[in-house]
Design a protein around this ligand. Structure first.
Ligand code: CA
Ligand code: CA
Ligand code: CA
Length: 179
């Protein structure tokens, strides 16, 4: 290796099972090794192709000019760094309390949670949760199972949380292309 007393150990059948086992075995030999770690190949993910990602300082702020205002480089949540590790999971359900949501939005519809126990539009509370036809959520203003967004604030915030990423699709719902 480049530094003295550092060694690269190669062995047959190196895979996701054997390498962690080998690392653990070396790490236990405290008298011989200061540390042991796997020799990873690190890949940077491609920057998402969603248009207008650059309008979202909160996700990535390189000091870019937005509507005549300079950003502050680094004043963001390091989203692109996080995306090198994960871009989320369909197993995570996010509940949002807002003005509703445009569940047909082209950058949201494929990520929308759908109540599996509810048959839409039949006037019946099929899953017995107390809300009739609540397929995408519930509208506590009109007291119906239609939470469609009539103000579009909730659609915008939902876009930040759960828009489909890197699909080349954006709209002002996400100020264009986050998520
Ligand atoms: Ca229901
Ligand atoms: Ca129903
Ligand atoms: Ca998108």
């Amino acid at each position: 290796m480049f530094s003295p007393q550092s060694y690269l150990v190669a062995f047959d059948d190196a895979n996701l099972d054997t390498v962690p086992n080998a690392v653990a075995a070396y790490a236990q030999e405290k008298g011989l090794f200061e540390f042991a770690e796997a020799d990873h190949i690190v890949h940077a993910l491609a920057t998402p192709n969603d248009p207008n990602l650059g309008f979202l300082w909160g996700l990535l702020n390189a000091g870019q000019l937005i509507q005549g205002v300079d950003g502050t480089p680094g004043a963001d949540i390091k989203t692109t760094n996080a995306w090198n590790f994960t871009t989320g999971s369909s197993n995570i359900i996010v509940g949002m309390i807002d003005s509703g949501i445009d569940y047909n939005h082209p950058d949201l519809t494929n990520n929308m949670w759908r109540n599996p126990g509810e048959i839409p539009g039949n006037g019946v509370d099929d899953d017995g949760n107390g809300f009739v036809d609540d397929v995408f959520g519930y509208n506590f203003v009109t007291h119906t199972g239609n939470p469609y967004d009539d103000f579009y604030h909730g659609t915008a915030t939902a876009g930040v949380v759960g828009a489909v990423g890197s699909n080349g699709v954006a709209s002002w719902a996400c100020v264009g292309g986050c998520g």
